[in-house]
Ligand binder design. Structure first.
Ligand SMILES: *[C@@H]1O[C@H](CO)[C@@H](O)[C@H](O)[C@H]1NC(C)=O
Ligand SMILES: *[C@@H]1O[C@H](CO)[C@@H](O)[C@H](O)[C@H]1NC(C)=O
Ligand SMILES: *[C@@H]1O[C@H](CO)[C@@H](O)[C@H](O)[C@H]1NC(C)=O
Ligand SMILES: *[C@@H]1O[C@H](CO)[C@@H](O)[C@H](O)[C@H]1NC(C)=O
Ligand SMILES: *[C@@H]1O[C@H](CO)[C@@H](O)[C@H](O)[C@H]1NC(C)=O
Ligand SMILES: *[C@@H]1O[C@H](CO)[C@@H](O)[C@H](O)[C@H]1NC(C)=O
Length: 729
């Protein structure tokens, strides 16, 4: 509906920059840019029934004369490099509405399906039993922007960017710049906009594009018309370009000026920041490499779940972005493209208008299990304010632009700015995560404490030490560090380094499987020699009367999924793997998981061995093939979309609870506890259960991933061990 809105009479007049030929207006609401999407079931992000959006309506293509050449054109339009196949006879289910095209015959090189031969729009003798589908190669065209990213108007109006030129001389340029004269990039130049007819809604759109959730009202006197306020890009607002004449460029008007309200994360005034502390807590972004991007998760009944991508668009994505204190959405991503969730899926067909305060206020459909899978999880990339953080950090000496010694810009005693190195002591993956984020280079693959093997022809002095980050900071300057540099090994070869990566793995334990498979075994000592050798028993086992007696073991199965976007591979190369003769395989990581039993105050009462594992793909979700196999010195790792299963009955898959008294405890399993290998999300690495032990039997309850519950539910969970008389049904 909003698509057919006609441009209003009022024009934005370009004051400076490029003058256009008179009145280059877009008066016909041409939605010429065809939209293409995949639909149906069982579909994946790279295959499904083809649907085309034409004349305001979604419709299908008939399979008559369909070919791989057609599929190639469609897959490229969808952002994939090519097609690997196509399907006929409504393989992904029957579509609805129009059958837009029939007897389509592409040559294969066309830019759009519209350019291929066919019977013409809406001319078909088919039924929906003949709907065509495509299977695209799961490889994105680098830099491809989804067709739903920016409305059709954008191309027509050719406005690429917006910026604010600060009004008068604001003494100190503090970041972010929240107010100023609106300037738009047009072709090669920047232009200002006449404020005649400017409205607060236009301001809202501009602020959203610049990364701010709200506009400051009544800041400057402004008048009426044009944007609806729901647009995600200024170019989507009806507007005309007019050639101003010499005497009256914006007669009676001024360049438009706006003032925006930054979200809490970007406020300069920290007092205000505290006061406005993000009040929303029922939506969050997970797994993104940059601030303001990630898989959308929503909270319902104290448990976090995901959003299915059917009809996911920029309007709905913008509601999420603004709700979280960012601007409007830059991209609405589908097909689990920022990683998959594990828990429930709560929403489908979210249809926000754009003004809603929360995604929960938008119309949506509840999910029934068949509707959606996690490979359809929706995600967003939000516009965030320009902070210039990447200007105060750089990396040098590495072999690629993704690695190097970290250097930060600092003031020396004379007040001049200079680059300097960071002390490698105490530098870990967490600090590297912040550095890579600040550099705009994605995730940290590794944080290095020694960098002697890199080019050191131009090394600078050490200017920072004792850096300690929580991992979620936007820049290193927000992390703790020493007031004055104190570094034991101050030479450049011990400077902190990073290897960054655009993608990362994400390991998650299947919590319900742990809960379902738990039991106690009293295992005779004579069967535990190998386990003792691998340090899988508690200390008191050393004093036992071998081979007589037994150990009491808490056993359960661990199924570890890789739901990220890169394979999980051990940090150490195979040359350093350790052969375990007793079990007859190589261990590639010394510490891959911690299994612990904790009491009410968080003290460990029993420690599972620091389990080392032989990593492999036990099985994969449909359509993904196994790549890693432990046996025969095979490659170790876990492929994206696969899992590694440690059955409850294999050696060392337990916690030795021989010395544990009856009571209520918390069972905790942590994967990759020392952040040795890069992951896009470490908050889901711990799994916890309430555990009741009566001296004979054991029960697990509320098993959940570390980030699955609301704060309130987590507090209730933590209290459980204290309630010793809690009855369990
Ligand atoms: C300048 O433009 C205004 C309206 O845009 C018009 O009324 C006026 O006649 C024009 N002046 C000249 C000198 O072309
Ligand atoms: C969705 O489920 C909730 C309860 O979980 C219910 O209140 C709501 O009415 C349902 N909505 C629809 C459209 O079925
Ligand atoms: C600071 O200034 C003094 C005097 O001009 C000079 O000797 C010294 O080298 C300068 N220090 C740095 C770090 O530039
Ligand atoms: C080292 O610095 C010199 C001078 O600034 C520059 O020409 C050279 O390219 C630099 N070398 C490296 C490896 O960066
Ligand atoms: C987790 O384990 C449960 C219980 O065996 C199983 O039903 C479920 O499919 C598993 N989850 C995933 C994501 O594989
Ligand atoms: C925690 O509990 C254990 C016994 O349950 C006790 O020995 C220990 O002192 C407690 N620790 C703290 C810090 O309260």
């Amino acid at each position: 509906m909003e698509k057919s809105r006609r441009p209003q009479q009022l024009a934005f007049i370009l004051l400076f920059g490029l003058w256009l030929p008179c009145c280059l207006t877009q008066t016909t609401p041409s939605n010429s840019k065809l939209k293409v999407r995949l639909a149906g079931y069982p579909r994946k992000h790279n295959e499904g029934r083809i649907e085309l959006f034409y004349k305001g309506e979604w419709g299908t293509i008939c399979d008559d004369d369909f070919s791989l050449a057609n599929a190639n054109v469609l897959c490229r339009q969808l952002g994939f490099v090519s097609a690997t196949g196509w399907t006929h006879s409504a393989k992904y289910g029957k579509g609805q509405g129009k059958i837009w095209l029939d007897n389509v015959q592409c040559g294969g090189g066309e830019k759009s399906i519209e350019l291929c031969k066919s019977r013409g729009w809406g001319n078909s003798d088919c039924t929906h039993d003949e709907d065509a589908g495509v299977v695209c190669k799961d490889e994105r065209i680098p830099g491809f922007v989804d067709s739903n990213v920016i409305d059709a108007h954008v191309d027509e109006n050719k406005i690429e960017e917006v910026r604010l030129r600060p009004v008068v001389a604001m003494a100190k340029k503090k970041m972010p710049i929240t107010e100023g004269v609106v300037e738009v990039k047009y072709k090669d130049g920047w232009a200002q906009i006449c404020d005649i007819g400017w409205t607060i809604k236009n301001t809202r759109v501009v602020c959203g594009m610049l990364g701010f959730p709200h506009e400051r009202k009544n800041y400057f006197h402004i008048h009426s018309v044009a944007c609806l306020g729901t647009e995600v890009h200024l170019a989507a607002c009806p507007l005309e370009f007019s050639k101003p004449n010499a005497t009256s460029a914006c007669t009676g008007g001024m360049p438009a000026v706006v003032s925006c309200m930054p979200g809490p994360l970007f406020m300069q005034n920290s007092g205000l920041k505290k006061k406005l502390k993000i009040s929303v807590n029922n939506v969050r972004l997970k797994g993104g490499s940059r601030v303001g991007e990630g898989r959308v998760e929503v909270l319902k009944d104290n448990e976090w779940g995901t959003v299915c991508d059917d009809r996911w668009n920029l309007q709905s994505a913008s509601v999420v972005c603004r709700e979280l204190g960012f601007g409007s959405a830059k991209e609405a991503l589908t097909g689990g493209r920022l990683g998959q969730g594990m828990g429930p899926i709560y929403m489908n067909e979210v249809k926000c208008v754009g003004q809603e305060r929360s995604i929960w206020n938008c119309p949506f459909k509840n999910i029934t299990m068949e509707d959606c899978q996690h490979m359809e999880d929706a995600a967003v990339r939000c516009n965030i304010p320009y902070m210039g953080l990447e200007n105060t950090i750089r990396i040098t000496g590495g072999r690629t632009r993704y690695e190097g010694r970290v250097e930060v810009l600092s003031l020396d005693s004379n007040g001049t700015q200079s680059w300097g190195l960071i002390c490698g002591e105490s530098w870990t993956t967490k600090e590297a995560m912040v550095a890579c984020r600040q550099l705009g280079l994605g995730y940290a693959n590794q944080g290095l404490q020694e960098t002697w093997y890199w080019d050191s022809s131009n090394v600078t002095e050490m200017v920072m030490s004792g850096v300690k980050c929580t991992g979620s900071e936007m820049s290193l300057s927000q992390c703790q560090h020493h007031k004055t540099v104190s570094c034991q090994k101050a030479a450049a070869k011990f400077a902190a380094g990073v290897i960054c990566s655009e993608t990362a793995s994400d390991l998650v334990l299947n919590a319900s499987l742990v809960q379902q498979t738990v039991y106690i075994e009293d295992r005779p000592l004579h069967m535990l020699y190998c386990a003792a050798e691998e340090d899988c028993l508690s200390k008191s086992a050393a004093k036992a009367n071998w081979p007589y007696g037994h150990r009491r073991l808490l056993r359960f199965s661990s199924q570890i999924h890789n739901i990220g976007r890169a394979d999980f591979k051990p940090k150490a190369g195979r040359h350093s793997w350790v052969w375990h003769a007793c079990h007859g395989h190589y261990h590639s990581m010394d510490i891959f998981t911690h299994y612990d039993l904790l009491n009410a105050n968080g003290t460990k009462v029993a420690e599972g061995h620091k389990a080392s594992f032989c990593l492999e793909d036990t099985d994969c979700q449909e359509g993904v093939s196994k790549r890693y196999e432990c046996a025969n010195f095979g490659d170790q790792g876990i492929t994206v979309g696969c899992w590694d299963l440690y059955r409850h009955d294999i050696d060392c898959q337990w916690i030795d609870i021989t010395d544990v008294k009856p009571g209520n405890y918390i069972l905790q399993v942590v994967i990759n506890p020392n952040y040795e290998v890069a992951e896009s999300d470490f908050t889901n690495n711990a799994m916890k259960c309430n555990c009741k032990y009566d001296g004979h039997r054991i029960w697990l309850h509320n098993c959940h991933i570390g980030d699955a519950f609301s704060e309130e539910a987590e507090r209730r969970f933590e209290k459980y061990p204290g309630q010793l008389n809690n009855r369990i049904s």
